[in-house]
Write a protein that binds this ligand. Structure first.
Ligand code: ZN
Length: 498
């Protein structure tokens, strides 16, 4: 049955995020003694995106969400729901959505939840946001798909399992939407093609069983049913996006349904970033939105193992053009890359084990510091006007106690730095890393780690911007500390987020 909300809704803002590190298919093949040519041809994946040592599903979701807010040009407090779809939650028990909602400023008056359904957890939460906005329960809702996909070393999945995220803010169509969501359709069955049992680090899959009865049956059925119910054919569609476990499957699905290569190639981001799981089809949609014109029709079909597909028909509106450049585009992230070899990749993804201690419950202290760690809040003296970071209760300059919290600019320049090569045990996966003094645009100086940069590439005067990353964790079982670090500034980066 086709699903349509009673009020018309659309995409008010969208955002992508792809980590800067890549590993080539042929590097993975080299380590496991496989024929690199064969794997490149079989999968149609040249390289995949790898999360850095300070990135996880939460940090990836946060940057995608910030980009979506910049394009939506709304107050984060107007977002009535924040949903994160993922199969790689940082915590087994504790929502990812609250971390994201807090970091983007949507808390506390919002609904927040994590969704799970292998690679379609993003599109199913999009349907829920459509329902909430389309019934008038909330004004805006945010749907996110993000993953740092797991795969056992040497498994076939390792060639594709990648990291990335996409976020969408949905609102009624009278709120300057970039695209209308016409309708959706879902097709699900109990199909055990891929799973991960509780406590197991890596998923398993039914060899030779993932194609026909799983991916193709669900994707093709959902696509056909939606087109049939809306009385449209591939000729009425400008772009088609399918879930991308590799490059071959979506190309074959397109061929079977009668779509041309011109209709599918603009969204086929898997070749350059791999399978980003819950973000895969959504990043394909972002890629297509960023090259689309008003009036274009887009067919989006996700796939999640277990199994199911959600299909959507989306029509691009006039506001698309003015929104494209309000935040970094997906091509900015795809082109921003640095290659890592298998050893660095294995270290960062925790595939090389080092001894780790148990946690001490630093949760209360971390919780008190969340405003300054997530939102870069300083304190300003009402007496003399000086701004301090970290925030201070008393002004050291004029002794005033009239201090107010103020958001600090997110951009600045490196004024000095040092390279840490002998870190404490908990930072071993990150070494070497750089700690810098950053002078923000308003002159306030902050000591912070730099990220996404090699020590040899750091320069005094380098322009940097704040991003939220994992600062560390309280042992193997304690809480994860998130907070800002600075990275080399991106074109259209987050200077105006506060
Ligand atoms: Zn003062």
């Amino acid at each position: 049955m086709v699903m349509r909300p009673s009020k018309k809704v659309g995409i008010v803002g969208w955002g992508a995020y792809v980590p800067m590190y890549r590993i080539k298919t042929r590097e993975i093949a080299r380590v496991w003694g496989k024929d690199p040519r064969r794997y490149e041809e079989m999968l149609l994946i040249e390289e995949k995106a790898v999360a850095g040592p300070d990135e996880d599903t939460a940090t990836i979701a946060i940057e995608a969400a910030q980009n979506a807010i910049m394009r939506a040009q709304i107050e984060p407090s107007e977002i009535g729901a924040v949903f994160v779809g993922t199969e790689s939650k940082p915590y087994a028990v504790k929502p990812t959505a609250t971390i994201v909602a807090e970091a983007v400023g949507a808390t506390p008056n919002t609904l927040a939840a994590d969704f799970e359904f292998a690679c379609k957890a993003g599109t199913e939460n999009l349907q829920c946001v459509i329902g909430l906005v389309g019934s008038g329960m909330i004004k805006y809702g945010m749907s996110i798909g993000a993953d740092v996909a797991q795969s056992a070393p040497g498994d076939e999945l390792e060639f594709a399992a990648a990291a990335g995220g996409a976020a969408f803010i949905i609102g009624e169509t009278n709120h300057n939407v970039a695209a209308r969501i016409e309708a959706s359709y879902s097709f699900v069955t109990d199909t055990p093609d891929f799973w991960r049992r509780e406590g197991q680090p890596y998923p398993k899959h039914g060899e030779g069983f993932t194609g026909e009865p799983a991916y193709f049956r669900h994707v093709l059925s959902a696509a056909r049913a939606l087109m049939e119910e809306l009385s449209i054919t591939p000729r009425d569609i400008d772009y088609v996006v399918f879930h991308m476990p590799n490059g071959k499957f979506p190309l074959k699905a397109a061929r079977i349904l009668g779509f041309s290569r011109e209709q599918i190639l603009p969204g086929l981001v898997v070749r350059k970033i791999g399978n980003t799981y819950s973000a895969s089809s959504l990043l394909g949609l972002v890629s297509v939105l960023e090259v689309s014109k008003p009036g274009d029709n887009i067919l989006l079909v996700s796939y999640g193992s277990g199994a199911g597909s959600d299909a959507f028909l989306i029509t691009v509106e006039d506001a698309i053009e003015e929104k494209k450049d309000l935040a970094p585009r997906i091509v900015d992230y795809i082109e921003r890359k640095r290659y890592v070899d298998y050893a660095i990749y294995a270290k960062w993804r925790g595939k090389i084990l080092i001894p780790r201690r148990s946690g001490n419950s630093h949760a209360p202290k971390h919780w008190r510091e969340i405003p300054q760690r997530y939102k870069l809040m300083g304190s300003q003296c009402e007496g003399c006007g000086k701004i301090y970071f970290p925030p201070r209760p008393v002004c050291p300059n004029c002794r005033s106690t009239e201090m107010v919290y103020v958001p600090l600019p997110r951009r600045g320049r490196v004024v000095n730095y040092t390279v840490i090569r002998q870190p404490p045990l908990e930072f071993k996966y990150h070494a070497p890393y750089v700690v810098a003094i950053v002078e923000l645009e308003n002159g306030v100086r902050i000591t912070s780690q730099l990220t996404d940069v090699s020590p040899e590439d750091v320069r005094i005067g380098m322009e940097v911007e704040a991003v939220i990353r994992k600062l560390g964790e309280d042992g193997v079982d304690g809480i994860i500390f998130y907070g800002f670090k600075f990275r080399p500034a991106l074109h259209n980066g987050n200077s105006h987020i506060s």
